[in-house]
Design a protein around this ligand. Structure first.
Ligand SMILES: NC(=O)c1ccc[n+]([C@@H]2O[C@H](COP(=O)([O-])OP(=O)(O)OC[C@H]3O[C@@H](n4cnc5c(N)ncnc54)[C@H](O)[C@@H]3O)[C@@H](O)[C@H]2O)c1
Length: 253
């Protein structure tokens, strides 16, 4: 398969201004797709699309809040208006939740995390699917290793990621027979801004994070992006409704 296996195709990636989302968008562009960079952060979103354009890719930044239906609908329409079609969506944007025991979790923090991390993925698929049904493309949602196991202190985050898996599997059953593959990835820890922020607050966490992964290190965002691109490629044509750990063995323990 040529490096340009996605030539002529169009992808949209949420949370593409940084971290795993940027790595997914960059890899789509390297392999020939035109990419909609969707993010709430205007400065970083513009910088991301400029970086991709500078290396010869085709990217368009569209500001959107994934937890807002109108905003997501407009972002999807804009991608289709600019590039003429939509083949792939990576619903990846996310935030770190506060660390709290359940009884101490403020109600508004619970709702904030669920709104962005779970409702955001639902809204993405709701507006992407009518277009992806036409191209018989693929959707990959970013869950987490913490979508498969619990995580003390991060109940809202873990619940939202478990929810993403239920949503992904149900949508895969609804649309698989119509030629649309819908899957989720469950990353282990990857070195992104989200993780860097946590390490700034608690530097001792770095060794703990390494120890949590049987491979003995954390991932690069590019290693996670490779799995997303594989799930979108024809090589994964019989893969539907999976929750694929990309986690250095974290959930195998
Ligand atoms: N980094 C990890 O170790 C790790 C592990 C497992 C799962 N994940 C998941 O991977 C995804 C990406 O994480 P990351 O580490 O790259 O984070 P990151 O903080 O580097 O990037 C997240 C991006 O999402 C954007 N975003 C946040 N809220 C948004 C909203 N409401 N609308 C639009 N964009 C919004 C941010 O502006 C940012 O650019 C998240 O869903 C996260 O939960 C990350």
């Amino acid at each position: 398969m040529s490096e340009l296996e996605f030539a002529g195709k169009v992808a949209m990636v949420t949370g593409a201004a940084s971290g795993i989302g940027f790595a997914i968008a960059e890899l789509f562009a390297i392999r020939g797709a035109s990419v909609g960079i969707i993010d709430i952060d205007v400065d970083k979103g513009r910088a991301a699309s400029q970086a991709i354009a500078k290396s010869g890719g085709t990217a368009l930044f569209i500001q959107a809040d994934i937890s807002d239906g109108e905003s997501m609908a407009a972002a999807v329409s804009e991608v289709v208006k600019q590039f003429g079609r939509l083949d792939y969506a990576a619903n990846n944007a996310g935030v770190a939740g506060q660390t709290n025991l359940v009884a101490d979790m403020p109600e508004d923090e619970w709702r904030r995390v669920i709104d962005i991390m779970l409702t955001g993925v639902f809204l993405g698929m709701k507006y992407q699917l009518p277009h992806i049904l036409k191209t018989k493309g693929s959707i990959v949602n970013t869950a987490s290793g913490v979508g498969l196991v619990g995580f003390a202190g991060q109940s809202a985050y873990a619940a939202s990621k478990h929810g993403v898996l239920g949503l992904t599997k149900s949508a895969a059953l609804e649309y698989g027979s119509q030629g649309v593959n819908i899957n989720a990835i469950c990353p282990g820890t990857a070195r992104t801004e989200m993780v860097d922020n946590a390490l700034t607050q608690r530097p001792e966490l770095e060794q703990d994070l390494r120890d949590m992964h049987p491979i003995g290190r954390i991932a690069t965002p590019q290693e996670i992006a490779e799995a997303v691109l594989w799930l979108c490629s024809p090589k994964a044509s019989f893969v539907s409704g999976v929750a694929l750990p990309v986690d250095g063995g974290f959930v195998a323990q």
